[in-house]
Design a protein around this ligand. Sequence first.
Ligand SMILES: NC(=O)c1ccc[n+]([C@@H]2O[C@H](COP(=O)([O-])OP(=O)(O)OC[C@H]3O[C@@H](n4cnc5c(N)ncnc54)[C@H](OP(=O)(O)O)[C@@H]3O)[C@@H](O)[C@H]2O)c1
Length: 108
Amino acid sequence: MGVIAAKPAKLSFSQVAALPVGGMTADQILRRLDLCTGSQLLVYGASGSVGSYAVQLGLYYGAEVTAVCGTANQQLAANPGAAKVLDYTITNWIDQAGRYDAIVDAVG
Ligand SMILES: NC(=O)c1ccc[n+]([C@@H]2O[C@H](COP(=O)([O-])OP(=O)(O)OC[C@H]3O[C@@H](n4cnc5c(N)ncnc54)[C@H](OP(=O)(O)O)[C@@H]3O)[C@@H](O)[C@H]2O)c1
């Protein structure tokens, strides 16, 4: 992904204005993880600006993604194809977590 790209015709200017910051932050992180098919990735904050891109980029690299976010955003995190979505408001996700090749903290 380059720093400059043409705006897709089907997206509005306000839609594309929301894309670069979280997307490029996630891209910088995900590129360093050496993910490959079958890698286990957990994204904490999977419904946010950075985290939602981290989920999608993880899937793009072939990882099996576990997403952690709040109750209202469970479907949002599941839609791209996360294998498992955990709700931090009702469960201690660390107790339910398995073993991961990488964990992205997009909560801070
Ligand atoms: N945006 C950027 O480009 C950027 C760049 C550099 C660094 N950062 C840092 O990256 C972090 C995330 O930024 P963002 O812009 O992606 O934030 P955001 O869009 O506000 O997303 C925050 C995420 O944290 C989750 N969350 C909120 N309260 C939580 C809690 N008490 N326990 C667990 N999860 C909780 C939210 O889940 P629900 O909404 O589902 O509850 C959501 O998934 C921040 O620390 C920010 O400073 C961001």
